[in-house]
Design a protein around this ligand. Structure first.
Ligand code: AMP
Ligand code: GLY
Length: 466
């Protein structure tokens, strides 16, 4: 196939990983984003300063370039209906239109869809459109509970009782403040679920659902899961495409939920072509849905796209956009990964921006380590970048065993100089044991005190990876 020409929208770590996978397939990559990501800049053939929500300008540039494909990275682009503008200009696009993107941009829509179509995994949930409705909503969900704005908040708006607030009154006060801010949009209350979270992303071509390796994201800003919710500080995936605490049956349930969700949307006339991300909780009683996202996760996409094996990622993406994914393109290396984001000091509350980070060229000599640029701009020197308000640089370690992937990232961090914060506990052997014991205890299996077999080489891989 002749080299394809692809327009990529967005300029964070996720988009750098998407761009790198496209560049490996020798696609000519063009980037539309409001800031210059030095990594994307290097690999792209053209870069235009455009808002990721400006569908008309993006579609116009796509037509001028004559691209054969557009790929949307950020939730803001997807929610704003950029895919609708591109498709109106006959540009095949990875990313659902605004109506289907409500699966992410409206938690109220997502929960209603699950209820109407009896999709499994729905927690007790109720929405309130006014302060008066909050009392009855809390009557439905009980305590402890979780407060969620129905709209997009970059992963930062959800408050969980016991972590972000203590008493029922504090939770209700937060919900009232959201109602004021939301200008007519509802607030969703939910029962607080106890368990282990996992992210399952799938390529969706309108009908069929093709899962990627499962990832666990660390959402809290600080080590030991302290601090506020963030977009994600780091994440890991295991060699068998499951996670050390997850059973094949949990994976199958989650995949089934994604399939039923796509079918439910299809029955309502919504043709979903893009990546569907399920944020799940493995609990004592099975698998529950925390949220859906209508795009690749960040950092989760860094785990899986680093593992994408082959030089035909552009063809896989073209299949998603055209409505026919071919399983021959779905190949992920059977390796473990650990991703760590280096963030500005104070990220999660008051980030200190403008600091410089220097990346030693020796990083490039480290085996099994990949660097992706996030919210940074080029610095004064070739090896320097300047931190913005969000996550700055991502390091990915890849190895056969999780503990080695972890060691590789920790080693690689030494090659970055400057003032930054990162969570050393992401993917550490002690932390993986903690997650595994937590779920075993909840499921009445008793804690397993010996070191888990983190490669799980004896277990059955999910079908898509065999
Ligand atoms: P969401 O944006 O809905 O995924 O929520 C962000 C984070 O809040 C999740 O990753 C969980 O850590 C937490 N969370 C959301 N919903 C619940 C729930 N029902 N029970 C417990 N924690 C939750
Ligand atoms: N890491 C969570 C997200 O991408 O929304």
């Amino acid at each position: 196939m002749a080299a394809s020409k692809v327009l990529l929208v967005g300029a964070g770590g996720r988009e750098h990983a998407i761009g790198a996978a496209l560049a490996r397939s020798e696609a000519a990559v063009y980037v539309a984003a409001p800031s210059v990501n030095p990594g994307l800049k290097r690999l792209s053939r053209g870069y235009r300063n455009l808002s990721v929500e400006d569908g008309d300008a993006i579609a116009q540039w796509a037509r001028q370039l004559g691209v054969s494909l557009a790929v949307l990275g950020p939730d803001a682009a997807v929610a704003a209906g950029v895919a609708d503008r591109l498709r109106a200009g006959e540009i095949p696009t990875v990313g659902p239109g605004a109506a289907a993107a409500r699966i992410e941009s409206s938690k109220s829509f997502a929960r209603a869809l699950m209820r109407q179509h009896s999709i499994p995994g729905l927690p007790r949930t109720a929405e309130a459109k006014s302060p008066a409705e909050l009392e009855s909503a809390i009557g439905v969900v009980g305590e402890p509970f979780v407060v969620k704005p129905s709209w997009l908040t970059a992963g930062k708006g959800v408050w969980v009782q016991g972590a972000d607030f203590k008493t029922r009154d504090e939770g209700l006060a937060y919900a009232r403040s959201l109602l004021e801010e939301g200008k007519g949009q509802p607030v969703v209350l939910e029962e607080k679920l106890e368990g282990e979270e996992f992210s399952l992303m799938a390529f969706v071509d309108g009908s069929s659902v093709h899962p990627m390796p499962v990832v666990q994201d660390y959402k809290r800003a600080l080590e030991g899961d302290q601090g506020g919710n963030t977009g994600g500080m780091g994440s890991y995936s295991a060699r068998d495409a499951l996670l050390p605490f997850l059973s094949s049956s949990d994976f199958e349930t989650a995949t089934d939920i994604l399939s039923k969700t796509v079918a439910a949307m299809k029955s309502g006339g919504l043709d979903y072509r893009g990546v569907l991300y399920g944020g799940f909780m493995a609990t004592a009683h099975g698998v529950s849905v925390l949220e859906f996202n209508a795009r690749f996760g960040d950092p989760e996409s860094l785990n899986v796209l680093t593992l994408f094996d082959g030089t035909d990622f552009d063809e896989l993406m073209a299949g998603v956009a055209a409505g026919r994914v071919q399983s021959v393109h779905l190949r992920f290396r059977k390796r473990a990964t650990v991703v760590k984001y280096l963030v500005p000091p104070g990220y999660g509350s008051k980030p200190v921006t403008g600091g410089a980070l220097r990346v030693s060229p020796r990083l490039g000599d480290e085996e099994g380590v990949t660097l992706y640029y996030g919210s940074v701009t080029p610095g004064q020197r070739q090896d320097e970048v300047v931190m913005g308000t969000s996550r700055s640089l991502a390091l990915v370690g890849e190895a056969s065993a999780l503990k080695d992937a972890y060691a590789r990232v920790e080693e690689a961090v030494r090659h970055v100089h400057g003032e930054f914060y990162l969570r050393h506990d992401v993917g550490s052997p002690v932390d993986l044991l903690r997650h595994q014991e937590h779920l075993r205890t909840l499921r009445g299996l008793g804690p397993k005190l010996q070191e888990p077999n983190l490669t799980r080489s004896g277990s059955q891989p999910p079908h898509a990876f065999s």
